[in-house]
Design a binder for this molecule. Sequence first.
Ligand SMILES: Cc1cc2nc3c(=O)[nH]c(=O)nc-3n(C[C@H](O)[C@H](O)[C@H](O)COP(=O)(O)OP(=O)(O)OC[C@H]3O[C@@H](n4cnc5c(N)ncnc54)[C@H](O)[C@@H]3O)c2cc1C
Length: 595
Amino acid sequence: MSDVILDRRDLSFQLFEVQDTDSLFARPRFEDHSRETIEAALDTAEKLAREKFANHNALSDKEEPAFVDGKVVMRPEVKEAFDAYIRAGFLSSRARYEEGGMQLPEITAAACKGMFMCVNPSSTGYVFLTAAAANVIRNFGNDTLKARFLEPMMAGRFTGTMALTEPHAGSSLTDIRTRAVPQDNGSYRIKGSKIFISGGENELADNIVHLVLAKIPGGPVGVKGISLFVVPKYRLDNNGHPDVRNDVILAGLIHKLGYRGTTSTALSFGDADDCHGYLVGEAHQGLRYMFQMMNEARLGVGFGAGLLGYRGYRFALDYARDRRQGRHPDDADFSKPQVPLIEHADVKRLLLTQKAYAEAAIAMSLYGYRLVDDIETGNETTSKEAELLLDLLTPVLKTWPSEFGVRANDMAIQVFGGAGYTREYPVEQVWRDNRLNPIHEGTTGVQGLDLLGRKVWVNNGKGLVLLASRIMADVLATANENCKPMAGALQAMLPLIEKATQAVGNQMASAGARIALSNANAYLQLLGQVVAAWMWLRQANAAALLTNPDDAAFAKGKLQAARYFFRWELPRVKWDAQQLINGDDTFADMDPSWF
Ligand SMILES: Cc1cc2nc3c(=O)[nH]c(=O)nc-3n(C[C@H](O)[C@H](O)[C@H](O)COP(=O)(O)OP(=O)(O)OC[C@H]3O[C@@H](n4cnc5c(N)ncnc54)[C@H](O)[C@@H]3O)c2cc1C
């Protein structure tokens, strides 16, 4: 089968017709950019993704990295891809010109990244982790840390990791045990074990910079006692070159269901009491700093999940057009050839559902990236509002695409029938890769708790009010007759969200957080479905305005997917809302001994 990458017509539609990216070019920071410069950056990204990343996606899945003679060995194409990505400047695509960047708006930089994520999520892992770790050092590190680590990371000479998880502390980072003991020279000695650290060992560059969460003895209890450290694999000499091996040891490689091209490592820090670490920012503020990286990563996880949902969908589409099987129920003429799968209503159901999930997921991720642009370059009001919205929506933007991207991939396998279950076709790998996304960067369960336990209530619930007003603006702007029923259906959901939120608030006050949060997943799902429906209303409105005859089928496809979402998916929200309003206690009530 030919490979699948993001469709450029669809991507341009999402960027320019749905998200109004043009309006960003009026801002001073982006004044050199235009549709033409963005399309040119996307051309380069697409070419590089096809040539250097797509070529080994399946190979590095089959041949996982291995630990041989003290080194991690992986397919040589991974390093070629890593180097090519850095050379092309994509690691610093958002950075200012004076820092060697392209000064791209975040939404368009993300679209470029999407090209790579779509065709090879494992190999992109190394560059994205490096970029995210570098951003933390840029934002919170002192001048010495920046001088010694940031430049080599941005140049691709050092890679980066985020080392949070410990064998006994995954979702609950409060309970980490890694210790950082201060030394007279201002550095720290790190001791502890981390697990599942992506990219934790590799030979792609000269050094690895681990960002490690650890506790300084005597610090406050709980999350307030967590600090963040730069812990390099090799300590640097006075000239900033990797020198002595630091006391960080690969305890083992972890073998996984998917994302096999990215090393997953168990790391031991300080077995010989000689692991040097350097504090990032202030002591005890580590989780706050790390959250910057995690929030960035959460948006990226959601986007990646949507892109894999899309990838599976496009493979399934090609297969369904190609393979012939059976005839229509009303056709008994067996002398006629069999029809392509795509003609069967049930296959159309599977394809339309995947399209509806994947393209909503991509739209909501790009919306999230647009909020990042508004935070950084909008006027004071725009920036503040965008911050409120992004804070509220981050759990949704991470989780909805992750959950529905995997469901889409499940349906892609179904379209292939038996072939989908074999390794001869690509959709099983897509599903395996995507299955990680509801787990890492905060599981779906944890995101539900974060949303309903914290984010909804920040600033007296202002974020939710703002979200409703943004949705209403699109409802009121809906002019097309085909779209108006969708706008009406979406509007009708807003009072339900309000009621459900109030009900949980009342429960919180009367029965406490344990009971009130026991249906946090339903709330997360409800808000996710509403945001997805909103994204479909925006896409339908934009599609209804397309006048070029070449766009006719594309626009009809968008409108039909929106229709599917509003008729078949959105009504399910009512059920979740009702359970929340009723304060259903089925889960809270279930005693562990009854299982
Ligand atoms: C391939 C892969 C790559 C990873 N990369 C990294 C990395 O680079 N760096 C890093 O630091 N970590 C990484 N992780 C770790 C990942 O972030 C954790 O696996 C994740 O946070 C979940 O933690 P856990 O595995 O300990 O599961 P647990 O925390 O044990 O959770 C198990 C289940 O219990 C639920 N649960 C836990 N606590 C609660 C609660 N309070 N309320 C309700 N439900 C709860 C969870 O939702 C989940 O369903 C990676 C993991 C994988 C699999």
